[in-house]
Design a protein around this ligand. Structure first.
Ligand SMILES: [Zn+2]
Ligand SMILES: [Zn+2]
Length: 324
C-alpha cells in the first residue's frame, strides 16, 4: 500500500510503498477513504510529542470501509477510527469510566499506524459507525476535532457565554453545537485575522476578535484550542467568578506566570485529554441533529506535507482532510 511515513521528527513525511497490514486479533482491516489532519499530527511531526512509534504512519481521524470484518462490523460497512486506539480495560482509570486517561492507552497514528495510507487496521472495539448524512471527507473531522471538541464543551459547563480561542477545525464544529444549544459564542483568533473572524461570525459567533484582548462581555467559560500558553491568562481575565478555562490541546507553549487574582474567585483551569468511547457515541449521535456541517480543505495523500504546512501557518479555513 501507499502511505505517508514519518521517519524522524522535523522532517517531511515520505511517500512510501509499505507491505499491506494484516489485522491481528480483535482488529478489522480498512480501506481508507479519508483521513483528517489534526493539530496533534503537527505536534508529532514537529517533535513536540516526543514518543511516537518510528517509522510511523500518522493520522487518527480515519474514515474507511471494512475489507476484513470482525465481530462488530461487517465487510463493506463504513467506520470511523479515532485517536483512542486501545486501552487495557483494567487500570484504575478504565475501571472508573475514564478510559481517556488509561495508563497503557495506545493512540492511533502515534503508538500504532494511522490513516495517512491506503489501508489501516484498527481494534474494532474502538471504532465508530458513522452517521450516513456525512460524505467521507466531511465525516473525518468529526472524529477528533469534533469528539475532543465536544468533550471540551461538556467540561466547560453549561454557561451561556462561551469563548472559543483558536478558531480552527475543532472550534468551527463546536461553535455550531454551542449555538444550537442556545449559547452565545465569542471567537478569539490571531490578531487581525479578519478572514477567520468572518468565518466564526458566519457560523453564529456573536463576537469575533483578537484572542489576546478582552471580549466585550464577561464569559462563563473559554475553551482554548490554540496551542498558545499566553492565551490561558488572557482567558482567565475574560471569565467571570466561578468560570472555567479548558485547554483542549495535547500540547501548548508554556503558560506565562500570572497574578493569583486572575484565578481567585473560584475560577478553574483544566485540560482535556483524549476521548472516551462514550464521548464518541454521544457526539456522533448529536452532530447530524444540530446539524453540524464541517468545512474542509481536501488534499490527495501525496500532498500531506502541504496540508500540514497550511495548518501550521494558520491558513486553513475549517479542517484539512486527506482523501485517499
Ligand atoms: Zn486502562
Ligand atoms: Zn486529533
Amino acid at each position: 500500500m501507499r502511505a505517508l511515513v514519518l521517519d524522524a521528527a522535523r522532517r517531511p513525511l515520505r511517500l512510501a510503498e509499505l507491505p499491506d497490514p494484516g489485522p491481528g486479533p480483535g482488529q478489522i482491516l480498512l480501506r481508507v477513504r479519508a483521513c483528517g489532519v489534526c493539530r496533534t499530527d503537527l505536534h508529532i511531526v514537529d517533535g513536540e510529542l516526543t514518543e511516537p512509534k518510528i517509522p510511523l504512519v500518522p493520522g487518527h481521524q480515519i474514515v474507511g470501509d471494512v475489507l476484513e470484518a470482525g465481530e462488530r462490523f461487517r465487510a463493506g460497512e463504513r467506520v470511523g477510527v479515532p485517536w483512542l486506539g486501545w486501552t487495557d480495560g483494567d487500570c484504575q482509570y478504565c475501571r472508573s469510566g475514564r478510559e481517556n486517561l488509561c495508563d497503557h492507552a495506545r493512540f492511533t497514528g502515534y503508538d500504532v499506524d494511522g490513516g495517512y495510507a491506503e489501508l489501516a487496521v484498527a481494534d474494532e472495539r474502538f471504532c465508530f459507525p458513522l452517521p450516513d448524512e456525512y460524505p467521507d471527507e466531511q465525516a473525518a473531522p468529526l472524529l477528533c476535532a469534533g469528539l475532543i471538541g465536544y468533550r471540551s464543551l461538556r467540561l466547560a459547563g453549561e454557561g451561556e457565554m462561551l469563548g472559543l480561542y483558536g478558531f480552527g477545525a475543532s472550534a468551527h464544529i463546536i461553535c455550531q453545537v454551542a449555538v444550537a444549544q442556545g449559547r452565545r459564542v465569542f471567537a478569539g483568533t490571531r490578531a487581525g485575522d479578519d478572514e477567520t473572524q468572518e468565518f466564526a461570525r458566519s457560523l453564529g459567533a456573536v463576537w469575533a476578535g483578537d484572542a489576546a484582548e478582552e471580549p466585550p462581555e464577561e464569559l462563563d467559560a473559554v475553551i482554548v484550542f490554540a496551542p498558545v500558553g499566553a492565551l490561558v491568562p488572557a482567558a482567565l481575565r475574560a471569565v467571570r467568578k466561578g468560570g472555567t478555562v479548558v485547554c483542549a490541546g495535547i500540547h501548548m507553549s508554556d503558560i506565562p506566570s500570572f497574578p493569583y487574582e486572575l484565578l481567585w474567585g473560584e475560577r478553574v483551569v483544566r485540560s482535556v485529554a483524549n476521548l472516551t468511547r462514550l464521548d464518541g457515541d454521544e457526539f456522533l449521535a448529536l452532530a447530524p441533529s444540530v446539524p453540524v456541517r464541517t468545512e474542509v480543505e481536501v488534499f490527495p495523500l501525496e500532498q500531506g506535507n502541504e496540508a500540514l504546512e497550511r495548518l501550521r501557518s494558520g491558513a486553513l479555513r475549517g479542517a484539512a482532510v486527506l482523501v485517499i
